[in-house]
Design a protein around this ligand. Structure first.
Ligand SMILES: [Zn+2]
Length: 137
Protein backbone atom coordinates (compact mmCIF):
# COMPACT_ATOMS: atom_id res chain seq x y z
CA UNK A 1 0.00 0.00 0.00
CA UNK A 2 1.22 3.44 -0.80
CA UNK A 3 1.95 5.65 2.14
CA UNK A 4 0.78 9.25 2.01
CA UNK A 5 4.20 10.63 2.79
CA UNK A 6 6.64 10.32 -0.10
CA UNK A 7 9.71 8.15 0.41
CA UNK A 8 12.58 10.51 1.13
CA UNK A 9 15.75 9.91 -0.85
CA UNK A 10 18.57 11.96 0.63
CA UNK A 11 21.13 13.70 -1.55
CA UNK A 12 23.84 11.24 -0.50
CA UNK A 13 21.72 8.19 -1.37
CA UNK A 14 20.77 9.71 -4.72
CA UNK A 15 24.41 10.48 -5.46
CA UNK A 16 25.49 6.96 -4.55
CA UNK A 17 22.92 5.53 -6.94
CA UNK A 18 24.10 7.80 -9.76
CA UNK A 19 27.72 6.88 -9.02
CA UNK A 20 26.96 3.16 -9.08
CA UNK A 21 24.93 3.48 -12.30
CA UNK A 22 27.77 5.37 -14.01
CA UNK A 23 30.37 2.86 -12.81
CA UNK A 24 28.46 -0.06 -14.36
CA UNK A 25 27.30 1.69 -17.54
CA UNK A 26 26.51 0.60 -20.21
CA UNK A 27 25.34 -2.37 -18.12
CA UNK A 28 22.56 -1.95 -15.62
CA UNK A 29 23.58 -1.71 -11.98
CA UNK A 30 21.47 -3.07 -9.13
CA UNK A 31 21.37 -3.25 -5.36
CA UNK A 32 19.33 -2.86 -2.24
CA UNK A 33 18.58 0.04 0.08
CA UNK A 34 18.26 -0.55 3.79
CA UNK A 35 16.21 1.74 5.99
CA UNK A 36 14.93 2.47 9.45
CA UNK A 37 11.36 3.44 10.26
CA UNK A 38 10.52 3.66 6.58
CA UNK A 39 13.39 6.04 5.87
CA UNK A 40 16.07 4.86 3.41
CA UNK A 41 19.53 4.93 5.04
CA UNK A 42 22.13 2.74 3.33
CA UNK A 43 22.92 1.77 -0.23
CA UNK A 44 24.21 -1.79 -0.76
CA UNK A 45 25.65 -2.46 -4.17
CA UNK A 46 25.08 -5.90 -5.64
CA UNK A 47 26.51 -7.51 -8.73
CA UNK A 48 24.23 -7.72 -11.72
CA UNK A 49 24.44 -11.45 -12.44
CA UNK A 50 23.27 -10.77 -15.99
CA UNK A 51 25.97 -8.14 -16.64
CA UNK A 52 23.63 -6.76 -19.29
CA UNK A 53 22.62 -3.32 -20.58
CA UNK A 54 19.02 -4.51 -20.85
CA UNK A 55 18.23 -6.45 -17.70
CA UNK A 56 19.36 -7.12 -14.18
CA UNK A 57 19.34 -9.97 -11.74
CA UNK A 58 20.72 -9.42 -8.25
CA UNK A 59 23.52 -11.89 -7.70
CA UNK A 60 21.94 -14.36 -5.20
CA UNK A 61 25.06 -14.54 -3.02
CA UNK A 62 25.27 -10.76 -2.82
CA UNK A 63 21.59 -10.58 -1.99
CA UNK A 64 22.01 -13.07 0.85
CA UNK A 65 25.07 -11.28 2.21
CA UNK A 66 23.37 -7.88 2.05
CA UNK A 67 20.19 -9.09 3.74
CA UNK A 68 22.25 -10.49 6.64
CA UNK A 69 24.22 -7.28 6.89
CA UNK A 70 21.00 -5.24 7.03
CA UNK A 71 19.62 -7.48 9.73
CA UNK A 72 22.79 -7.06 11.79
CA UNK A 73 22.45 -3.30 11.54
CA UNK A 74 18.77 -3.39 12.46
CA UNK A 75 17.70 -2.14 9.06
CA UNK A 76 14.76 -3.25 6.98
CA UNK A 77 14.62 -3.55 3.21
CA UNK A 78 13.49 -0.16 1.92
CA UNK A 79 13.87 -0.65 -1.80
CA UNK A 80 15.44 -2.60 -4.64
CA UNK A 81 17.17 -0.38 -7.16
CA UNK A 82 18.55 -0.72 -10.65
CA UNK A 83 19.57 1.56 -13.47
CA UNK A 84 18.44 2.00 -17.03
CA UNK A 85 21.30 3.25 -19.14
CA UNK A 86 19.43 3.88 -22.39
CA UNK A 87 15.73 3.95 -21.52
CA UNK A 88 13.43 5.97 -19.26
CA UNK A 89 13.04 5.41 -15.51
CA UNK A 90 10.05 3.11 -15.96
CA UNK A 91 9.83 -0.68 -15.49
CA UNK A 92 10.55 -2.63 -18.68
CA UNK A 93 8.42 -5.63 -19.59
CA UNK A 94 11.26 -7.81 -18.30
CA UNK A 95 11.27 -5.90 -14.99
CA UNK A 96 7.53 -6.50 -14.69
CA UNK A 97 7.79 -10.19 -15.58
CA UNK A 98 10.61 -10.80 -13.10
CA UNK A 99 9.36 -8.68 -10.19
CA UNK A 100 9.36 -11.19 -7.35
CA UNK A 101 8.55 -8.96 -4.38
CA UNK A 102 5.02 -7.49 -4.50
CA UNK A 103 5.59 -5.50 -1.30
CA UNK A 104 8.90 -4.01 -2.35
CA UNK A 105 9.53 -0.61 -3.82
CA UNK A 106 11.51 -0.78 -7.03
CA UNK A 107 13.62 2.28 -7.72
CA UNK A 108 14.80 2.93 -11.25
CA UNK A 109 17.43 5.50 -12.10
CA UNK A 110 17.78 6.48 -15.73
CA UNK A 111 21.02 7.69 -17.24
CA UNK A 112 19.28 8.19 -20.59
CA UNK A 113 18.25 11.69 -19.60
CA UNK A 114 20.58 14.45 -18.47
CA UNK A 115 18.93 15.05 -15.12
CA UNK A 116 19.16 11.30 -14.21
CA UNK A 117 15.58 10.90 -12.97
CA UNK A 118 14.87 8.46 -10.15
CA UNK A 119 11.37 7.00 -9.87
CA UNK A 120 9.79 4.42 -7.59
CA UNK A 121 7.23 1.70 -8.31
CA UNK A 122 5.35 -1.17 -6.81
CA UNK A 123 4.91 -4.12 -9.15
CA UNK A 124 2.09 -6.43 -8.12
CA UNK A 125 0.51 -9.07 -10.39
CA UNK A 126 2.13 -7.38 -13.42
CA UNK A 127 0.55 -4.10 -12.45
CA UNK A 128 2.81 -1.08 -12.04
CA UNK A 129 1.95 1.64 -9.54
CA UNK A 130 4.20 4.64 -9.14
CA UNK A 131 5.05 5.64 -5.58
CA UNK A 132 5.87 9.18 -4.56
CA UNK A 133 9.51 9.97 -3.94
CA UNK A 134 11.01 13.11 -2.49
CA UNK A 135 14.45 13.13 -4.06
CA UNK A 136 16.91 15.66 -2.64
CA UNK A 137 19.57 16.80 -5.03
ZN1 LIG B 1 14.75 -2.27 -15.67
Amino acid sequence: MQDLTPMRISKSIYEELVEHARAEAPNECCGLIGGENGEPKSVYRARNAEASPLRYNLDPQDQFRIMSEMEERGEELSAIYHSHTASPAYPSQTDINLAAYPDAIYLILSLAEDEAPLRGFEIKDSEVTEVDLAVER
